[in-house]
Ligand binder design. Structure first.
Ligand code: 7XF
Length: 393
């Protein structure tokens, strides 16, 4: 049963698993490549799936399994599969789903390497894709073709933070018998629950808020037990972007403070956004907390918080954006996000440099935009740092 929101911290504190043979407070780290069979017959039976038990860490590992169960449980999904990176999870889900000639419908804007993967699938496997704003039923209906097999969305979209109505897209997808995949990296299940809104699969870069401490690259996909079994036995087993047990252990450690961190991230972001909104040098501010009209109503329906990602453009364009980043002292210039440290980056030359310039403009991503992942430092210190950088512009 899903706990009340007030129970999140308790629930996260208990992510150590029920099947802990040592009664250790923290989850056991089973750092092994393989498992010893008591006899030859048992080995064969485990390989054939006729007997439960671990075989080889690429096929399953107790520590990795705890992480998979934790993400599935938080997202309200039946099962989960861990991957060595967010891209491992995204490719791990798309490859078993799509065949040559198929079509994937995507939100207008996805993380740069997801864009790269879509181009790769088109070039090597004749798997087509199109981008659509997906803001109205009519837009969704016209974008679905006879070859469409699934819809893939990010919301909020990296880095424009535009929102897509998960429930509306899920209903349209299901009318056509299509699967909806949602990248929930920017929100985490703490703020947004795509499965409850009708999504079939949720993917994560667990590198970000789930891990939270900037010390691990990891990914996860969750969904129905049947589809996750397909993913495990195809891309995970045979392509092999497997998460290491130690990284799963670090993720479980990080996830135990997810609720505390998310609250502090979001509180800081609200303060930072209010500060940025008053700067004359800021020509455009993208923070879901300030969205109006249809975007605001999506926020109210599907997100418990505007989150902690902010993108903005400086009136001096790209040159001013670069100079501004270089003036910062506390906020680090780095890609990635969802870390306890505040990180700032320039999407056009960094995270989304794979996306051709005309495509970036169509996504609403101008060259002058910078993206700030607000950390959990003290908001006054973050604002002081931003303030001195504006003064030096
Ligand atoms: O393979 P990764 O763990 O780096 O995750 C890929 C990924 C998937 N979905 C979203 C929404 C992401 O933002 C990412 C990674 N994004 C980082 C960023 O935007 O800063 C990557 C740094 S180049």
């Amino acid at each position: 049963m899903e706990p009340q929101v007030s129970g999140w911290n308790t629930r996260l504190a208990r992510l150590t698993g029920a099947k802990n043979p040592y009664d250790s407070l923290t989850p056991p780290l089973v750092q092994t490549s393989t498992f010893v069979f008591p006899d030859a017959q048992t080995g064969g039976a485990r390989f054939a799936g006729e007997q439960p038990g671990y075989v080889y860490t690429r096929l399953g590992n107790p520590t990795v399994q705890l992480f998979e169960e934790a993400v599935a449980s938080l997202e309200g999904a039946e099962a989960g599969v861990a991957f060595a990176s967010g891209m491992g999870a995204i490719s791990g889900v798309l490859l078993p789903l799509l065949k040559p000639g198929d079509h994937l419908l995507c939100s207008e804007g996805v993380y740069g390497s997801t864009f790269g993967l879509l181009e790769f699938l088109a070039d090597h496997f004749r798997i087509a894709h199109t981008f659509s704003p997906l803001q109205t039923e009519a837009q969704i209906e016209t974008a679905i073709t006879g070859d469409t097999k699934a819809i893939y969305i990010e919301t909020p979209i990296n880095p424009t933070l535009s929102l897509v109505d998960i429930e509306m897209v899920a209903q349209a997808a299901h009318r056509h018998g299509l699967m909806l995949i949602v990248d929930n990296t920017f929100m985490t299940p703490y703020w947004q629950k795509p499965i409850e809104l009708g999504a079939d699969v949720v993917v994560h870069s667990a590198t970000k808020y789930l891990g939270g401490h900037g010390d691990v690259i990891a990914g996860a996909a969750v969904g129905s037990a049947e589809f996750m079994r397909t993913v495990r036995l195809s891309t995970l087993k045979d392509i092999g972007a497997v998460l290491s047990p130690f990284d799963a252990w670090l993720l479980l450690r990080g996830m135990r403070t997810l609720a505390l961190r998310m609250e502090q991230h979001a509180k800081n972001a609200q303060r930072v956004a209010a500060f940025l909104a008053n700067q004359t040098a800021v020509a455009a501010l993208h923070y879901p907390g300030y969205f109006e009209g249809g975007q605001r109503s999506i926020l109210q329906r599907q997100m418990r918080s505007p989150g902690a990602m902010i993108s903005f453009e400086l009136s001096g364009g790209m040159k001013a954006g670069m100079a501004f980043m270089n003036h910062l002292k506390l906020i680090k210039i780095a890609v990635s996000l969802g870390d306890i440290h505040s990180l700032i980056q320039h999407p056009a030359s960094m995270t989304h440099s794979l996306v051709p310039p005309e495509e970036r403009l169509r996504m609403g991503l101008p060259d002058g935009m910078v993206r700030l992942s607000v950390g959990i430092e003290d908001a006054d210190d973050l604002i002081a740092d931003l303030s001195q950088a504006f003064e030096r512009l």
